[in-house]
Design a protein around this ligand. Sequence first.
Ligand code: SF4
Length: 561
Amino acid sequence: MTASRPSRTRLVVLHSFRIVVFATVLLLIHRQAEDRIARRTEESQPPVEWDVLQSIYPEATRLGSATEEGGIGVFDSAGRRLGYYLQTAPAGDRFVGFSGPTNVLVAFDANDQILSLRILSSRDTKEHVRQVIEDERFLPSFSGLSRADAIENRRVDAVSGATLTSHAIQEAVAFRLGGTIRSLRFPDPLALIEVQSLFPAAEAIEQIEDVPSRWNVLGANREELGQVLRTAPAADNLVGYQGPSETLIGVGTDDQISGLILRGSFDNEPYVTYVREDSYFLNRFNGLSLAELGGLDLQAAEIEGVSGATMTSMSVARGIVLAARELSRSRSIEPQQHLRWSLHDMGTAAMIVAGCTIGFTSLRAVRLLKLGYQLLLVAYLGLMNGDMVSLAMMAGWAQYGIPWRSAGSLLLLSATALIVPITTRRNIYCTHLCPHGAVQQLLKNRIGRRLHMPRGLSKLLRSVPFLLLVWTLLVVMWPLPYSLVDIEPFDAWVFRVAGWATVGVAIVGLAASLFVPMAYCRYGCPTGAILSFLRLNAHSERWSPRDWAAVLLLLLAVVLG
Ligand code: SF4
Protein backbone atom coordinates (compact mmCIF):
# COMPACT_ATOMS: atom_id res chain seq x y z
CA MET A 1 0.00 0.00 0.00
CA THR A 2 1.45 3.38 -0.94
CA ALA A 3 1.31 6.36 1.43
CA SER A 4 -1.25 9.07 0.70
CA ARG A 5 -0.02 12.40 -0.70
CA PRO A 6 -0.43 14.44 2.55
CA SER A 7 1.32 11.78 4.61
CA ARG A 8 4.18 11.61 2.07
CA THR A 9 4.55 15.37 2.26
CA ARG A 10 4.58 15.14 6.06
CA LEU A 11 7.21 12.39 5.85
CA VAL A 12 9.47 14.48 3.63
CA VAL A 13 9.08 17.55 5.85
CA LEU A 14 9.73 15.69 9.10
CA HIS A 15 12.59 13.65 7.71
CA SER A 16 14.25 16.80 6.34
CA PHE A 17 13.62 18.52 9.66
CA ARG A 18 15.49 15.73 11.52
CA ILE A 19 18.46 15.96 9.18
CA VAL A 20 18.53 19.74 9.53
CA VAL A 21 18.40 19.49 13.34
CA PHE A 22 21.31 17.03 13.36
CA ALA A 23 23.36 19.14 10.92
CA THR A 24 22.58 22.34 12.84
CA VAL A 25 23.77 20.86 16.14
CA LEU A 26 27.03 19.75 14.46
CA LEU A 27 27.40 23.20 12.92
CA LEU A 28 26.82 24.92 16.26
CA ILE A 29 29.43 22.68 17.89
CA HIS A 30 31.87 23.48 15.10
CA ARG A 31 31.23 27.24 15.17
CA GLN A 32 31.59 27.36 18.91
CA ALA A 33 34.86 25.38 18.85
CA GLU A 34 36.22 27.68 16.12
CA ASP A 35 35.25 30.78 18.10
CA ARG A 36 36.84 29.38 21.22
CA ILE A 37 40.10 28.66 19.40
CA ALA A 38 40.08 32.06 17.73
CA ARG A 39 39.36 33.78 21.05
CA ARG A 40 42.22 31.94 22.66
CA THR A 41 44.69 33.03 20.02
CA GLU A 42 43.45 36.55 19.37
CA GLU A 43 42.47 37.31 22.91
CA SER A 44 43.56 40.82 23.75
CA GLN A 45 45.86 41.18 26.68
CA PRO A 46 44.11 40.92 30.02
CA PRO A 47 44.03 44.20 31.98
CA VAL A 48 46.84 44.82 34.47
CA GLU A 49 45.87 46.00 37.92
CA TRP A 50 46.77 49.60 38.61
CA ASP A 51 48.47 48.67 41.92
CA VAL A 52 50.92 46.46 40.06
CA LEU A 53 51.77 49.27 37.62
CA GLN A 54 52.17 51.84 40.39
CA SER A 55 54.55 49.57 42.28
CA ILE A 56 56.78 49.72 39.16
CA TYR A 57 56.02 53.31 38.10
CA PRO A 58 55.26 55.16 41.40
CA GLU A 59 54.59 58.45 39.57
CA ALA A 60 52.20 56.96 37.04
CA THR A 61 48.81 58.60 36.77
CA ARG A 62 47.52 57.43 33.42
CA LEU A 63 48.04 55.00 30.57
CA GLY A 64 48.37 55.86 26.91
CA SER A 65 47.39 53.94 23.83
CA ALA A 66 49.43 51.19 22.18
CA THR A 67 53.05 52.15 21.55
CA GLU A 68 55.31 51.50 18.56
CA GLU A 69 57.00 48.78 20.57
CA GLY A 70 53.70 46.92 20.93
CA GLY A 71 53.12 47.89 24.57
CA ILE A 72 51.04 50.36 26.56
CA GLY A 73 52.60 53.72 27.41
CA VAL A 74 52.70 54.88 31.06
CA PHE A 75 52.56 58.64 31.85
CA ASP A 76 52.84 60.87 34.92
CA SER A 77 50.55 63.81 35.80
CA ALA A 78 52.67 66.22 33.71
CA GLY A 79 52.21 64.04 30.64
CA ARG A 80 55.80 62.78 30.78
CA ARG A 81 56.28 59.26 29.38
CA LEU A 82 57.70 57.05 32.12
CA GLY A 83 58.00 53.99 29.96
CA TYR A 84 55.75 51.26 28.63
CA TYR A 85 54.81 47.74 29.49
CA LEU A 86 53.70 44.62 27.66
CA GLN A 87 52.58 41.12 28.54
CA THR A 88 53.90 37.85 27.18
CA ALA A 89 50.38 36.36 26.76
CA PRO A 90 48.89 35.34 24.42
CA ALA A 91 51.86 35.30 21.98
CA GLY A 92 54.14 33.68 24.56
CA ASP A 93 51.60 31.02 25.58
CA ARG A 94 53.32 28.57 23.27
CA PHE A 95 56.09 28.24 25.86
CA VAL A 96 54.96 25.73 28.42
CA GLY A 97 56.90 25.09 31.62
CA PHE A 98 56.01 21.94 33.55
CA SER A 99 52.33 22.04 32.87
CA GLY A 100 51.34 25.37 31.33
CA PRO A 101 52.41 28.84 30.19
CA THR A 102 53.01 31.88 32.39
CA ASN A 103 51.90 35.41 31.58
CA VAL A 104 54.61 37.89 32.50
CA LEU A 105 54.45 41.67 32.59
CA VAL A 106 57.61 43.23 31.13
CA ALA A 107 57.96 46.89 32.18
CA PHE A 108 60.38 49.15 30.28
CA ASP A 109 61.64 52.58 31.26
CA ALA A 110 61.72 55.59 28.91
CA ASN A 111 65.18 54.48 27.67
CA ASP A 112 63.91 51.10 26.51
CA GLN A 113 65.56 49.17 29.32
CA ILE A 114 63.71 46.64 31.44
CA LEU A 115 62.59 48.05 34.78
CA SER A 116 60.92 44.96 36.14
CA LEU A 117 59.36 41.60 35.35
CA ARG A 118 56.19 40.50 37.18
CA ILE A 119 54.31 37.26 36.93
CA LEU A 120 50.66 38.17 36.33
CA SER A 121 49.16 34.71 36.03
CA SER A 122 50.25 31.17 35.35
CA ARG A 123 48.82 27.83 34.34
CA ASP A 124 52.06 26.14 35.35
CA THR A 125 52.54 24.04 38.49
CA LYS A 126 51.98 26.29 41.51
CA GLU A 127 55.07 25.09 43.40
CA HIS A 128 57.37 25.83 40.47
CA VAL A 129 55.87 29.26 39.89
CA ARG A 130 56.27 30.06 43.58
CA GLN A 131 59.92 28.98 43.40
CA VAL A 132 60.47 31.35 40.48
CA ILE A 133 58.75 34.25 42.27
CA GLU A 134 60.68 33.62 45.48
CA ASP A 135 64.03 33.24 43.76
CA GLU A 136 66.10 36.29 44.63
CA ARG A 137 68.00 36.37 41.37
CA PHE A 138 65.85 35.16 38.50
CA LEU A 139 63.25 37.90 37.91
CA PRO A 140 65.46 40.77 39.20
CA SER A 141 68.26 39.75 36.83
CA PHE A 142 66.15 40.99 33.89
CA SER A 143 66.18 44.55 35.31
CA GLY A 144 68.46 46.84 33.34
CA LEU A 145 68.54 44.56 30.27
CA SER A 146 67.97 46.06 26.87
CA ARG A 147 65.57 44.37 24.48
CA ALA A 148 68.50 42.76 22.65
CA ASP A 149 69.97 41.40 25.91
CA ALA A 150 66.61 39.99 26.99
CA ILE A 151 66.15 38.35 23.59
CA GLU A 152 69.57 36.76 23.89
CA ASN A 153 68.83 35.74 27.50
CA ARG A 154 72.17 37.17 28.59
CA ARG A 155 72.94 37.29 32.33
CA VAL A 156 69.86 35.26 33.28
CA ASP A 157 70.24 31.82 34.89
CA ALA A 158 67.34 29.41 35.32
CA VAL A 159 65.94 28.68 38.78
CA SER A 160 67.25 25.39 40.08
CA GLY A 161 64.32 23.06 40.81
CA ALA A 162 62.02 25.07 38.53
CA THR A 163 64.13 24.93 35.39
CA LEU A 164 61.33 24.33 32.93
CA THR A 165 59.14 27.10 34.34
CA SER A 166 61.96 29.64 34.33
CA HIS A 167 63.07 28.59 30.84
CA ALA A 168 59.51 28.97 29.57
CA ILE A 169 59.38 32.48 31.07
CA GLN A 170 62.70 33.44 29.47
CA GLU A 171 61.59 32.08 26.12
CA ALA A 172 58.19 33.79 26.31
CA VAL A 173 59.83 37.13 27.13
CA ALA A 174 62.40 36.74 24.34
CA PHE A 175 59.72 35.72 21.86
CA ARG A 176 57.39 38.56 22.88
CA LEU A 177 60.22 41.04 22.45
CA GLY A 178 60.77 39.90 18.89
CA GLY A 179 63.31 37.10 19.23
CA THR A 180 63.21 33.89 17.30
CA ILE A 181 62.63 30.57 18.98
CA ARG A 182 65.68 28.87 20.50
CA SER A 183 65.74 25.88 22.78
CA LEU A 184 66.72 26.67 26.34
CA ARG A 185 65.70 23.22 27.49
CA PHE A 186 68.19 21.51 25.20
CA PRO A 187 70.79 24.21 24.55
CA ASP A 188 73.85 21.98 24.05
CA PRO A 189 75.15 21.97 20.49
CA LEU A 190 75.18 18.66 18.73
CA ALA A 191 78.37 16.59 19.21
CA LEU A 192 79.91 14.30 16.60
CA ILE A 193 79.92 11.37 18.99
CA GLU A 194 76.13 11.58 19.35
CA VAL A 195 75.67 11.57 15.58
CA GLN A 196 77.97 8.55 15.22
CA SER A 197 75.31 6.40 16.89
CA LEU A 198 73.17 7.10 13.85
CA PHE A 199 75.97 7.32 11.27
CA PRO A 200 78.96 5.21 12.44
CA ALA A 201 81.12 6.48 9.53
CA ALA A 202 80.53 10.14 10.40
CA GLU A 203 83.71 12.23 10.71
CA ALA A 204 82.22 15.73 10.78
CA ILE A 205 78.93 17.54 11.24
CA GLU A 206 77.91 20.97 9.99
CA GLN A 207 74.91 22.99 11.06
CA ILE A 208 72.80 24.08 8.10
CA GLU A 209 72.69 27.85 8.18
CA ASP A 210 69.07 28.60 7.49
CA VAL A 211 67.72 25.58 9.41
CA PRO A 212 69.57 25.56 12.77
CA SER A 213 67.92 22.34 13.92
CA ARG A 214 69.29 20.44 10.92
CA TRP A 215 72.88 19.24 10.52
CA ASN A 216 74.78 17.76 7.59
CA VAL A 217 76.69 14.57 8.39
CA LEU A 218 79.96 14.09 6.50
CA GLY A 219 82.30 11.12 6.07
CA ALA A 220 86.11 10.89 6.02
CA ASN A 221 86.35 12.48 2.53
CA ARG A 222 83.67 15.02 3.35
CA GLU A 223 81.19 12.99 1.35
CA GLU A 224 77.62 13.48 2.48
CA LEU A 225 76.31 10.58 4.59
CA GLY A 226 72.98 12.13 5.45
CA GLN A 227 71.50 14.64 7.85
CA VAL A 228 70.36 14.86 11.44
CA LEU A 229 67.26 16.78 12.54
CA ARG A 230 66.86 17.82 16.18
CA THR A 231 63.31 17.97 17.54
CA ALA A 232 64.29 20.90 19.82
CA PRO A 233 63.00 23.60 19.88
CA ALA A 234 59.96 22.53 17.81
CA ALA A 235 58.92 19.88 20.35
CA ASP A 236 60.03 21.64 23.54
CA ASN A 237 56.45 22.07 24.70
CA LEU A 238 55.36 18.47 24.31
CA VAL A 239 55.34 17.03 27.79
CA GLY A 240 55.41 13.28 28.49
CA TYR A 241 54.85 12.41 32.15
CA GLN A 242 56.87 15.27 33.54
CA GLY A 243 58.73 17.15 30.84
CA PRO A 244 59.78 17.37 27.19
CA SER A 245 62.30 15.20 25.37
CA GLU A 246 64.70 15.85 22.53
CA THR A 247 65.12 13.29 19.77
CA LEU A 248 67.64 13.14 16.93
CA ILE A 249 66.23 12.00 13.61
CA GLY A 250 68.73 10.46 11.21
CA VAL A 251 67.92 11.01 7.53
CA GLY A 252 69.87 9.15 4.81
CA THR A 253 70.94 10.58 1.45
CA ASP A 254 67.81 8.97 -0.02
CA ASP A 255 65.83 11.42 2.18
CA GLN A 256 64.44 8.53 4.23
CA ILE A 257 64.61 8.23 7.99
CA SER A 258 67.33 5.81 9.04
CA GLY A 259 66.93 5.91 12.83
CA LEU A 260 66.10 7.85 15.98
CA ILE A 261 67.98 8.55 19.20
CA LEU A 262 66.38 9.91 22.33
CA ARG A 263 68.99 12.54 23.06
CA GLY A 264 67.84 14.18 26.26
CA SER A 265 64.73 14.32 28.40
CA PHE A 266 63.20 16.03 31.40
CA ASP A 267 60.86 13.08 31.77
CA ASN A 268 60.98 10.54 34.57
CA GLU A 269 63.18 7.51 34.82
CA PRO A 270 62.73 4.62 34.20
CA TYR A 271 60.40 5.65 31.35
CA VAL A 272 63.16 7.44 29.45
CA THR A 273 65.37 4.35 29.62
CA TYR A 274 62.50 2.12 28.47
CA VAL A 275 62.12 4.29 25.37
CA ARG A 276 65.88 4.50 24.76
CA GLU A 277 66.14 0.72 24.87
CA ASP A 278 63.12 -0.07 22.74
CA SER A 279 64.69 -0.48 19.31
CA TYR A 280 61.37 -1.64 17.83
CA PHE A 281 59.74 1.68 18.70
CA LEU A 282 62.73 3.78 17.63
CA ASN A 283 62.93 1.99 14.27
CA ARG A 284 59.21 2.17 13.49
CA PHE A 285 59.61 5.38 11.53
CA ASN A 286 62.50 4.16 9.35
CA GLY A 287 61.90 4.37 5.65
CA LEU A 288 59.56 7.38 5.84
CA SER A 289 60.60 10.63 4.18
CA LEU A 290 60.52 13.79 6.33
CA ALA A 291 57.49 15.02 4.37
CA GLU A 292 55.71 11.73 5.12
CA LEU A 293 56.71 11.93 8.77
CA GLY A 294 55.34 15.50 8.96
CA GLY A 295 52.00 14.29 7.59
CA LEU A 296 51.84 11.19 9.79
CA ASP A 297 48.71 10.59 11.84
CA LEU A 298 50.01 8.54 14.76
CA GLN A 299 46.62 7.12 15.60
CA ALA A 300 45.84 6.08 12.05
CA ALA A 301 49.35 4.62 11.75
CA GLU A 302 48.65 2.68 14.98
CA ILE A 303 51.77 3.94 16.71
CA GLU A 304 51.04 2.99 20.29
CA GLY A 305 54.27 3.79 22.05
CA VAL A 306 56.39 1.76 24.42
CA SER A 307 54.51 -0.42 26.86
CA GLY A 308 55.04 0.94 30.39
CA ALA A 309 56.29 4.30 29.08
CA THR A 310 53.38 5.28 26.87
CA MET A 311 53.30 9.00 27.65
CA THR A 312 57.06 9.47 27.27
CA SER A 313 57.23 7.50 24.03
CA MET A 314 54.13 9.15 22.57
CA SER A 315 55.53 12.59 23.37
CA VAL A 316 58.70 11.49 21.51
CA ALA A 317 56.56 10.31 18.58
CA ARG A 318 54.53 13.53 18.54
CA GLY A 319 57.79 15.50 18.79
CA ILE A 320 59.38 13.95 15.72
CA VAL A 321 56.19 14.50 13.71
CA LEU A 322 56.04 18.12 14.87
CA ALA A 323 59.72 18.77 14.09
CA ALA A 324 59.31 17.27 10.62
CA ARG A 325 56.15 19.32 10.07
CA GLU A 326 57.84 22.58 11.15
CA LEU A 327 60.74 21.81 8.85
CA SER A 328 58.35 21.09 5.99
CA ARG A 329 56.61 24.39 6.66
CA SER A 330 59.83 26.37 6.79
CA ARG A 331 60.97 24.79 3.52
CA SER A 332 57.51 24.96 1.98
CA ILE A 333 57.47 21.21 1.59
CA GLU A 334 53.87 20.23 1.89
CA PRO A 335 53.21 16.88 3.50
CA GLN A 336 51.40 14.45 1.22
CA GLN A 337 47.98 15.82 0.43
CA HIS A 338 46.40 12.75 -1.07
CA LEU A 339 44.42 10.24 0.88
CA ARG A 340 46.52 7.16 1.53
CA TRP A 341 44.87 3.79 1.66
CA SER A 342 46.55 1.23 3.85
CA LEU A 343 45.76 -2.49 4.08
CA HIS A 344 43.80 -1.60 7.22
CA ASP A 345 41.64 0.84 5.23
CA MET A 346 41.10 -1.62 2.42
CA GLY A 347 40.10 -4.34 4.88
CA THR A 348 37.48 -2.07 6.45
CA ALA A 349 36.22 -1.03 3.02
CA ALA A 350 35.84 -4.71 2.08
CA MET A 351 33.82 -5.30 5.26
CA ILE A 352 31.56 -2.35 4.38
CA VAL A 353 30.94 -3.79 0.91
CA ALA A 354 30.26 -7.24 2.40
CA GLY A 355 27.95 -5.81 5.09
CA CYS A 356 25.94 -3.78 2.58
CA THR A 357 25.72 -6.71 0.16
CA ILE A 358 24.37 -9.02 2.86
CA GLY A 359 22.17 -6.36 4.45
CA PHE A 360 20.49 -5.28 1.21
CA THR A 361 19.95 -8.67 -0.41
CA SER A 362 18.24 -11.92 0.42
CA LEU A 363 21.64 -13.20 1.57
CA ARG A 364 20.79 -11.89 5.01
CA ALA A 365 18.33 -14.79 5.36
CA VAL A 366 21.11 -17.38 4.91
CA ARG A 367 21.74 -18.21 8.57
CA LEU A 368 25.14 -19.81 8.20
CA LEU A 369 26.44 -16.94 6.08
CA LYS A 370 25.09 -14.43 8.60
CA LEU A 371 26.78 -16.26 11.47
CA GLY A 372 30.12 -16.46 9.64
CA TYR A 373 29.93 -12.78 8.72
CA GLN A 374 29.14 -11.73 12.31
CA LEU A 375 32.11 -13.71 13.62
CA LEU A 376 34.34 -12.08 10.99
CA LEU A 377 32.97 -8.65 11.92
CA VAL A 378 33.82 -9.19 15.58
CA ALA A 379 37.26 -10.68 14.93
CA TYR A 380 38.41 -8.48 12.07
CA LEU A 381 36.64 -5.11 12.20
CA GLY A 382 36.36 -5.10 16.00
CA LEU A 383 39.40 -6.84 17.45
CA MET A 384 41.94 -6.38 14.65
CA ASN A 385 41.06 -3.07 13.02
CA GLY A 386 39.17 -1.43 15.89
CA ASP A 387 37.21 0.66 13.37
CA MET A 388 33.91 1.78 14.88
CA VAL A 389 31.72 4.84 14.66
CA SER A 390 31.37 6.51 18.03
CA LEU A 391 29.92 9.61 19.57
CA ALA A 392 33.37 10.71 20.78
CA MET A 393 34.66 10.55 17.21
CA MET A 394 31.68 12.47 15.80
CA ALA A 395 32.01 15.12 18.50
CA GLY A 396 35.76 15.47 17.81
CA TRP A 397 35.22 15.83 14.07
CA ALA A 398 32.42 18.33 14.62
CA GLN A 399 34.70 20.46 16.79
CA TYR A 400 38.02 20.31 15.00
CA GLY A 401 37.21 19.18 11.47
CA ILE A 402 37.39 15.89 9.63
CA PRO A 403 40.85 14.32 9.11
CA TRP A 404 40.26 13.78 5.39
CA ARG A 405 43.72 12.50 4.62
CA SER A 406 44.35 10.15 7.50
CA ALA A 407 41.09 8.48 8.42
CA GLY A 408 40.08 6.90 5.12
CA SER A 409 38.36 3.77 6.44
CA LEU A 410 36.70 5.53 9.37
CA LEU A 411 35.39 8.19 7.02
CA LEU A 412 33.90 5.56 4.74
CA LEU A 413 32.41 3.73 7.70
CA SER A 414 30.93 6.94 9.14
CA ALA A 415 29.55 8.00 5.78
CA THR A 416 27.91 4.58 5.40
CA ALA A 417 26.56 4.76 8.95
CA LEU A 418 24.96 8.18 8.37
CA ILE A 419 23.97 8.25 4.72
CA VAL A 420 22.40 4.79 4.43
CA PRO A 421 19.73 5.25 7.16
CA ILE A 422 18.96 8.75 5.88
CA THR A 423 18.39 7.59 2.32
CA THR A 424 17.04 4.07 2.81
CA ARG A 425 15.02 2.39 5.51
CA ARG A 426 18.01 0.41 6.71
CA ASN A 427 20.35 1.20 9.59
CA ILE A 428 23.02 -0.90 7.94
CA TYR A 429 25.71 0.14 10.41
CA CYS A 430 23.90 -1.18 13.48
CA THR A 431 22.61 -4.32 11.80
CA HIS A 432 25.65 -5.31 9.74
CA LEU A 433 28.74 -3.25 10.55
CA CYS A 434 29.02 -2.60 14.26
CA PRO A 435 31.10 -5.28 16.02
CA HIS A 436 29.56 -4.41 19.38
CA GLY A 437 26.09 -4.90 17.94
CA ALA A 438 27.26 -8.17 16.32
CA VAL A 439 28.38 -9.57 19.69
CA GLN A 440 24.97 -8.78 21.13
CA GLN A 441 23.28 -10.42 18.15
CA LEU A 442 25.43 -13.51 18.69
CA LEU A 443 24.48 -13.57 22.37
CA LYS A 444 20.80 -13.05 21.62
CA ASN A 445 18.81 -16.15 22.35
CA ARG A 446 21.94 -18.25 22.64
CA ILE A 447 23.14 -17.85 26.21
CA GLY A 448 21.24 -17.08 29.38
CA ARG A 449 17.54 -16.55 29.61
CA ARG A 450 15.34 -13.63 28.77
CA LEU A 451 14.19 -11.36 31.51
CA HIS A 452 10.91 -9.58 31.25
CA MET A 453 11.57 -5.86 31.42
CA PRO A 454 8.70 -3.97 33.17
CA ARG A 455 7.27 -1.34 30.82
CA GLY A 456 7.96 1.56 33.17
CA LEU A 457 11.59 0.55 33.66
CA SER A 458 12.02 0.03 29.92
CA LYS A 459 10.66 3.54 29.26
CA LEU A 460 12.97 5.01 31.87
CA LEU A 461 16.03 3.23 30.51
CA ARG A 462 15.27 4.40 26.99
CA SER A 463 16.05 7.93 28.14
CA VAL A 464 19.69 6.97 28.93
CA PRO A 465 21.02 7.68 25.39
CA PHE A 466 19.28 11.08 25.45
CA LEU A 467 20.91 11.93 28.79
CA LEU A 468 24.28 10.86 27.39
CA LEU A 469 23.73 13.16 24.41
CA VAL A 470 22.97 16.03 26.79
CA TRP A 471 26.19 15.23 28.66
CA THR A 472 28.10 15.14 25.37
CA LEU A 473 26.87 18.62 24.42
CA LEU A 474 27.89 19.96 27.82
CA VAL A 475 31.34 18.38 27.53
CA VAL A 476 32.06 19.74 24.05
CA MET A 477 30.37 23.13 24.27
CA TRP A 478 30.82 24.21 27.86
CA PRO A 479 33.54 22.75 27.58
CA LEU A 480 34.27 20.27 30.38
CA PRO A 481 37.48 18.32 30.94
CA TYR A 482 36.04 14.87 30.30
CA SER A 483 36.93 12.15 27.82
CA LEU A 484 33.85 11.17 25.84
CA VAL A 485 35.25 7.76 24.96
CA ASP A 486 34.41 6.80 28.55
CA ILE A 487 30.65 6.86 27.98
CA GLU A 488 30.73 4.26 25.20
CA PRO A 489 32.14 0.72 24.98
CA PHE A 490 33.92 1.07 21.63
CA ASP A 491 37.40 1.93 22.93
CA ALA A 492 37.34 -1.28 24.97
CA TRP A 493 37.85 -3.15 21.69
CA VAL A 494 41.31 -1.64 21.43
CA PHE A 495 42.11 -3.20 24.76
CA ARG A 496 45.80 -2.20 24.82
CA VAL A 497 44.80 1.45 25.18
CA ALA A 498 41.36 1.06 26.78
CA GLY A 499 40.57 2.85 30.02
CA TRP A 500 38.60 1.29 32.85
CA ALA A 501 35.47 3.35 32.21
CA THR A 502 35.01 2.20 28.62
CA VAL A 503 35.84 -1.41 29.59
CA GLY A 504 33.23 -1.14 32.37
CA VAL A 505 30.56 0.12 29.94
CA ALA A 506 31.38 -2.74 27.54
CA ILE A 507 31.23 -5.43 30.23
CA VAL A 508 28.03 -4.17 31.82
CA GLY A 509 26.34 -3.72 28.43
CA LEU A 510 27.27 -7.19 27.19
CA ALA A 511 26.39 -8.84 30.51
CA ALA A 512 22.97 -7.18 30.38
CA SER A 513 22.44 -8.42 26.84
CA LEU A 514 22.70 -12.00 28.16
CA PHE A 515 19.36 -11.43 29.85
CA VAL A 516 17.77 -8.68 27.78
CA PRO A 517 18.33 -9.06 24.03
CA MET A 518 20.42 -6.22 22.55
CA ALA A 519 20.33 -4.48 25.93
CA TYR A 520 23.14 -2.00 25.24
CA CYS A 521 21.82 -1.09 21.77
CA ARG A 522 18.32 -0.55 23.12
CA TYR A 523 19.03 1.20 26.38
CA GLY A 524 22.56 2.57 26.37
CA CYS A 525 23.95 3.57 23.00
CA PRO A 526 23.87 7.29 22.07
CA THR A 527 25.51 6.60 18.69
CA GLY A 528 22.79 4.09 17.85
CA ALA A 529 20.16 6.59 19.04
CA ILE A 530 21.43 9.19 16.53
CA LEU A 531 21.47 6.68 13.68
CA SER A 532 18.00 5.45 14.44
CA PHE A 533 16.72 9.07 14.77
CA LEU A 534 18.00 9.77 11.25
CA ARG A 535 16.63 6.56 9.76
CA LEU A 536 13.79 6.83 7.34
CA ASN A 537 11.12 4.44 8.60
CA ALA A 538 7.46 3.55 8.46
CA HIS A 539 6.66 6.09 11.21
CA SER A 540 8.79 8.91 9.85
CA GLU A 541 5.74 11.01 9.05
CA ARG A 542 4.77 11.12 12.75
CA TRP A 543 6.12 13.50 15.33
CA SER A 544 7.62 11.33 18.10
CA PRO A 545 9.17 11.77 21.57
CA ARG A 546 12.56 11.53 19.83
CA ASP A 547 11.72 14.69 17.91
CA TRP A 548 11.02 16.49 21.15
CA ALA A 549 14.34 15.22 22.50
CA ALA A 550 16.09 16.47 19.35
CA VAL A 551 14.51 19.91 19.71
CA LEU A 552 15.67 20.05 23.33
CA LEU A 553 19.21 19.14 22.29
CA LEU A 554 19.12 21.78 19.57
CA LEU A 555 17.97 24.41 22.08
CA LEU A 556 20.73 23.35 24.46
CA ALA A 557 23.30 23.68 21.67
CA VAL A 558 21.94 27.16 20.83
CA VAL A 559 22.17 28.23 24.48
CA LEU A 560 25.69 26.84 24.91
CA GLY A 561 26.87 28.13 21.53
S1 SF4 B 1 23.21 0.71 18.79
FE1 SF4 B 1 25.33 1.22 19.23
S2 SF4 B 1 26.29 -0.67 19.88
FE2 SF4 B 1 24.36 -1.18 18.95
S3 SF4 B 1 24.89 -1.67 16.89
FE3 SF4 B 1 24.29 0.47 16.90
S4 SF4 B 1 26.17 1.64 17.23
FE4 SF4 B 1 26.60 -0.53 17.70
